[in-house]
Design a protein. Sequence first.
Length: 370
Amino acid sequence: MKIGVVKETAPGERRVALVPETVGRLVKGGVEVQVEAGAGEASFFTDASYREAGAVLVPSAGEVLAQCDVLVKVQRPSVEEAARLREGAVLISFIPAAAAAELLPILTRRNITAFSMEKVPRITRAQPMDALSSQSTIAGYKAVLLGAAALGKLFPLLMTAAGTLAPAKVFILGAGVAGLQAIATARRLGAVVSAFDVRPAVKEQVESLGAKFLAVELAEKDTQDAGGYAKALSAESHRREEELVGRALKEMDLAITTALIPGRPAPRLITAAMVRGMRPGAVIVDLAAEAGGNCELTQPGREVVEGMVTILGPLNLPSSIPTHGSQMYSRNVSSFLAGILKDGALKIDFQDEVLKASCLAHAGEPRVQV
Ligand code: NAI
């Protein structure tokens, strides 16, 4: 059984799918791990550290792709990579829905069994494999650092000989995985933090992190689905939310937006008019930029300045903290691998809830809808 790791080829991607620590555990479990030379360099894992962990270093990606039984990647494979992957191999990586139309025909033609880490359900048993959550934790943390760096103010209350500085006011919209980590990070830096989410269940978590939960009465009783995700709001609730957000934003120095409803465009929470009503020097960091943005003025991957307000729409933040991003992803993948490897050999049980939900292609056929 050979597990392959190649250097990521997507522009700007610095993470690596397996770090040496995980490789060591897999090798002890009786599998061979082939790593393309230099695969970990951008996340500061040296070839020597992989070798020490027991990996076989391979000079080129092509050799890994042609030989491995299981290829693990962070980003979806390129068309070229998919076409060079050994027929009948297993692929594990993020595979966004938008890439499926391009990749699925190649994967099915080549009999690849493809698992998407994006599709791992957020159920208790699958938590160790939940790469969306591990990477959102990193994004929430980094969003605060970006906001702090763009702000013309310090975060904490400071009493100095040069006078007293009021603490920065930070507002987090959407208190899921990224939002809760953003709250914790902003609090550690000394800001006064408030947050809003349509799911009242998160109020307690927000308050336990030392932030204030801004509540609004929504028209519907039930704002979350059976999986614990938010549902789209009615027009009346949306109006009430807009009113609350518009009022709160006038006082804020930094807003971080993370609102997400799975499978839908990002809900629009901040209008252009609200941005114009913000304090001079205020900053918005919109984590939902890739899904269309929670702010009307967000442009994915760009910095927009409206009057004296700066709006950042950063993409792929986990790649900007590549050592820990890789470490967490690697542990997620290793937990996933544990579910398909028995005594060093592949044993895939498609009745398993996690495998059923995350398998995109098997035996020449597409599986779950992407
Ligand atoms: P999550 O599902 O854990 O949290 C999303 C939260 O938004 C939920 O608590 C939900 O109740 C809330 N929400 C939904 N509609 C809302 C509304 N109308 N008003 C207020 N709150 C609302 O998702 P997670 O993992 O925290 O990700 C958050 C966002 O960050 C996603 O859009 C994700 O794609 C993005 N992300 C961006 C990254 C980047 O590098 N830019 C990296 C990782 C995640």
